[in-house]
Design a protein around this ligand. Structure first.
Ligand SMILES: CC(=O)N[C@H]1[C@@H](OP(=O)(O)OP(=O)(O)OC[C@H]2O[C@@H](n3ccc(=O)[nH]c3=O)[C@H](O)[C@@H]2O)O[C@H](CO)[C@@H](O)[C@@H]1O[C@H](C)C(=O)N[C@@H](C)C(=O)N[C@H](CCC(=O)O)C(=O)O
Ligand SMILES: Nc1ncnc2c1ncn2[C@@H]1O[C@H](COP(=O)(O)OP(=O)(O)OP(=O)(O)O)[C@@H](O)[C@H]1O
Ligand SMILES: N[C@H](CCC[C@H](N)C(=O)O)C(=O)O
Ligand SMILES: [Mg+2]
Length: 493
């Protein structure tokens, strides 16, 4: 739990001129500053936080943490107000470490997972394995804080004050184990640099978020920060080496003296050697330290086995006995909105909801369904507004290549014109049917599936809203799928 107030120096901060006021709280947004707070005035994409120092001072800020540019922008205001000023060329990193010290406790065993796809899945499986082993655990990320203790989160990797408040609350509630997602934005903005990790995981690297990072190199460098900087030298990197970028991540971690556990189909310390699929799941064969194992997984999709084995590697890296870890596999359950069976038609055709929102995830999800499906595969896809626009035609193309029938619809158009987004997706899927209204698209998709067929509703997964402009309209793919099935099978009263 955070203290009521501590001196600036006990938070490891040195102010210009040696001022050392008591600090009563931390804020990154001037509107949240209260009497005695430290205000972190960070450079932003739209504006420099230093523009709000005057406001923060009026709210009672006792200290300001900023960079050289911020110090220049607000020099007069700060001199006149007499606040303590800390200037650093790494204000985000310093804020993370300060937040860790301010909130104090975090679960003693923490792991973080990065990669384009699979972060939520792997961190959820890590948490499920720990709980199956009798430990008190949570996962933190896109789906909020879940597990032995729950709380909502607005971001996949929250900014450091929110993150460390959540970790301290978890620790205060007796949580000893935590698995978190490290998004590329979060890593780039040093949001998790104050978290003490035992292990870090890497899933895969494909296209996403180029609107923010601009180049693949910058996107890779952001993710590599988990292994090059955040993971301590006595920590363990657990990497998927089927992805060439995983081999690079392993080399980055090894060069710093970190231990490395490799996971893969083609080789690796933890190697997946066989998979047999059926209607409700799959049987896995794999090896660890020269010993073979065979386990049942009640999960749909070949890639989920990769996620599960990466999760096993992370739990083993934290000190668990491997055989105990593998014994939990038959008890793992679907991650919310990830290859989730949402409804089944009277004719046996199944509707799955999945969070695939990148070209690679759409291809992976559809390919993963094939071995479980005898008939045709129908896909419903759409792309988000105010997000990487270059991925749109590629998402359409991935659906067209791997499904037998494609319906293009809306997925959080946000501030953009939904018709423009759909036409970009349709460039990659010219034969697709365009149905803007997502509920109608789901109804049409459900109507199209006969015996042995399956429908994949991609893009929204666990989400419960459709963001149009600034409004979030209630919308849940799982619920809509059930409604559509009930309506078409005459089960609505
Ligand atoms: C693109 C991005 O990451 N933006 C982050 C960034 O905001 P920004 O650069 O746009 O900030 P700005 O509006 O220019 O303002 C600059 C500074 O002034 C401050 N300010 C602003 C207004 C005011 O009145 N007072 C004030 O103090 C702001 O708090 C900010 O620190 O710095 C802010 C403070 O640190 C973050 O909250 C904000 O995350 C926003 C909320 C966001 O939506 N981020 C998304 C894109 C994100 O991080 N997503 C990933 C997705 C992961 C995935 O899909 O894999 C995630 O981890 O969730
Ligand atoms: N190992 C994997 N390889 C390829 N695709 C995957 C893998 N795991 C999950 N996916 C696909 O990516 C989608 C998102 O999965 P998940 O939510 O676990 O990823 P994430 O990395 O947390 O995404 P986000 O960036 O939104 O936080 C899934 O619904 C599935 O379609
Ligand atoms: N965390 C991802 C989720 C995308 C999900 C999809 N439904 C969309 O809105 O694009 C993002 O914000 O880019
Ligand atoms: Mg996620």
């Amino acid at each position: 739990m955070s203290p009521s107030s501590v001196s600036l120096s006990s938070l490891g901060l040195t102010a210009r001129g040696g001022a050392n006021p008591d600090i009563a709280g931390l804020a990154v947004d001037s509107r949240l500053v209260r009497e005695g707070f430290l205000f972190a005035a960070l450079p932003g994409s739209r504006v420099h936080g230093a523009e709000f120092i005057q406001y923060a001072v009026r709210m009672g800020a006792a200290a300001v943490l900023t960079d050289a540019e911020g110090a220049v922008i607000a020099a007069d205001v700060m001199a006149e107000a007499g606040v303590a000023v800390i200037v650093t060329d790494a204000p985000r990193e310093v804020l993370s470490r300060t937040a860790a010290l301010w909130f104090g406790a975090q679960p003693a065993t923490m792991v973080a997972v990065t990669g384009t796809n699979g972060k939520t899945s792997v961190s959820t499986f890590v948490r499920q394995i720990w709980i199956e082993m009798g430990l008190s655990a949570v996962n933190l990320g896109t789906t909020g804080v879940e597990g032995a203790w729950t709380a909502p989160l607005a971001h996949t990797t929250p900014e450091p004050i929110t993150l460390h408040r959540a970790l301290a609350d978890a620790a205060a509630n007796g949580i000893t184990h935590g698995a978190m997602e490290a998004s590329s934005h979060g890593l780039d903005q040093r949001r998790l640099d104050g978290v003490t990790l035992k292990a870090a995981g890497f899933t895969n690297f494909t296209q996403d978020h180029l609107d923010y990072h601009e180049t693949f190199e910058a996107y890779f460098d952001a993710k590599a920060g988990l292994f090059a900087r955040v993971l301590p030298e006595d920590g363990t990197a657990v990497v998927n080496i089927d992805d060439p970028k995983g081999v690079e991540m392993a080399a980055i971690a090894r060069a710093r003296g970190c231990a490395v556990i490799t996971v893969g189909r083609d080789g690796g310390d933890l190697q997946l050697s066989g998979q047999r699929f059926d209607a409700t799941g799959q049987d896995l064969r794999f090896s660890w330290c020269g010993k073979d194992y065979q386990k049942r997984l009640e999960l749909i999709g070949g890639f989920q086995a990769e996620n599960v084995l990466l999760a096993c590697g992370l739990v083993i890296a934290c000190g668990a006995d491997a055989a105990d870890v593998f014994d939990t596999l038959p008890h793992l359950t679907t991650v919310r909105g990830r290859m989730q069976l949402a409804a089944t038609r009277d004719n046996g055709a199944a509707v799955f909801v999945d969070y695939a929102h990148t070209p690679d995830a759409i291809a992976t999800a559809l390919k993963a369904m094939r071995p479980h499906v005898m008939g045709r595969l129908v896909a419903i896809v759409g792309a988000g507004g105010d997000r990487d626009a270059t991925k749109r035609p590629l998402m359409g193309a991935a659906a067209a290549e791997h499904a037998d029938l494609v319906i293009v619809t809306d997925d959080n158009p946000r501030s953009e014109d939904p018709a423009v987004i759909r036409s970009a997706v349709l460039l990659g899927a010219p034969d697709a049917t365009e149905v803007g209204d997502r509920a109608e698209a789901i109804l049409r998709g459900v109507d199209a599936i006969g015996p042995g067929d399956a429908l994949l509703v991609a893009g929204k997964g666990h989400e419960t809203g459709q963001t149009v402009g600034d409004d979030v309209l209630p919308f849940d793919d799982v619920e809509q799928a059930s409604v559509a099935v009930a309506a078409l099978d005459g089960r609505l009263t």
